[in-house]
Design a protein around this ligand. Structure first.
Ligand SMILES: Cc1cc2nc3c(=O)[nH]c(=O)nc-3n(C[C@H](O)[C@H](O)[C@H](O)COP(=O)(O)OP(=O)(O)OC[C@H]3O[C@@H](n4cnc5c(N)ncnc54)[C@H](O)[C@@H]3O)c2cc1C
Length: 307
């Protein structure tokens, strides 16, 4: 590993100056849970490495009032464990708290940050789909010291790539607060713990006249960008939620995954057997039942028996 210069800013002004020193192959480091693996495996030469760890302005979780309503602000350097434990996040964006609670191991949750998750831009990452669900925006800052806001949908720019310039970072995540809405997150991985998502499903909804309504959903880890489920409300938000609705949603999601698989330009990196190719198309059934079961439990209702 060759790091020519290491900069550790301690304030917003020092951060701006450090970002101005960066060149195209330079890097920022947050918790290092992804970047250190990349450095170990690829042994790149890094002209400038900027640590974000000591910049207080990149930390904090709070709710602010704006003319448009309330907003939940989460600093990019907040780690998964602190987001999962935050009463404020649990209250206003519980799917985000739940997804952070299921990231990797305790060690990864204590070191890994939400900004690093987004900067890593992995298709299997858990943060991006949930932030799509909440229509989040990102405050991005660069070497001129000013912030610009982008919708989270503008961040991904291909596998492992973001639309940010080499000397820009995510400063904070901003989520519009809708106190009347609830949410949940489930994921399916290769094992029970410390598992990368094969499929994730996030749902949000509100209660109207004692019934689940205005359902939104996002499926993660099945495509290059999270799949927004425009069909979710037509199936789950029409007054009755039972086995029939779960099976209909399963059918839609399975079909979407099949289309993504068939349209894939390159074969998957893993050498998988013929019978395993359609794994996600079948496995999404259990994910649907888990997510709907969680939604119904939060709404104080009983759900279908399961897949
Ligand atoms: C064993 C293990 C299990 C894991 N399990 C999961 C899992 O279940 N779910 C999941 O989603 N992820 C998982 N991950 C991935 C990883 O934990 C997350 O992506 C992590 O949160 C990255 O955060 P970090 O602070 O460590 O980022 P770093 O490793 O420091 O940085 C990652 C990348 O983001 C860039 N970056 C860092 N901060 C910013 C910023 N503020 N703005 C812009 N770019 C930035 C860096 O330059 C780098 O390219 C796992 C990783 C490991 C090692």
């Amino acid at each position: 590993m060759t790091i020519r210069r290491f900069l550790q800013p301690h304030s917003r002004n020092e951060l701006t100056a450090a970002l101005a020193e960066m060149t195209a192959d330079s890097k920022v480091i947050a918790g290092g849970t992804d970047l250190m693996l990349e450095i170990r495996d690829r042994d790149p030469e890094i002209p400038v490495l900027v640590s974000l760890c000591k910049v207080p302005e990149l930390k904090g979780i709070c709710v602010t009032e704006t003319a448009a309503g309330q907003e939940l602000h989460i600093g990019a350097m907040e780690c998964h464990a602190d987001i999962a434990a935050s009463e404020t996040v649990r209250k206003y964006a519980s799917a985000l708290a739940e997804s952070c609670d299921h990231v990797g191991s305790r060690q990864v949750r204590n070191r890994g940050t939400i900004g690093g998750s987004l900067g890593n831009a992995s298709v299997a990452g858990d943060m991006l789909p949930v932030l799509y669900l909440f229509h989040a925006s990102l405050a991005v800052t660069g070497p001129d010291g000013t912030d610009r806001m982008i919708p989270v949908e503008e961040l991904p720019a291909g596998i492992g790539r973001t639309s940010l310039a080499f000397n820009e970072i995510i400063k904070e995540i901003v989520i519009p607060v809708h106190p009347e809405r609830s949410s949940c997150f489930v994921k399916l991985g290769g094992r029970e713990e410390v598992t990368i998502a094969e499929i994730s499903l996030s749902l949000s909804w509100e209660m109207r006249d004692g019934k689940i309504a205005a359902v939104e959903g996002v499926m993660g880890a099945v495509d290059r960008v999270p799949a927004v489920l425009t069909e979710a409300d037509g199936i789950l938000g029409q007054g009755t939620v039972g086995t029939e609705e779960c099976e209909r949603l399963f059918g839609c999601l399975s079909e979407r995954i099949a289309v993504i698989r068939k349209n894939r330009k390159r074969p998957p990196k893993l050498r998988i057997r013929e019978g395993e190719k359609e794994f996600k198309e079948r496995a999404v059934r259990g994910v649907v039942y888990d997510a709907v079961g969680k939604m119904l439990a939060k709404a104080g209702m009983t759900g279908p028996a399961g897949a």
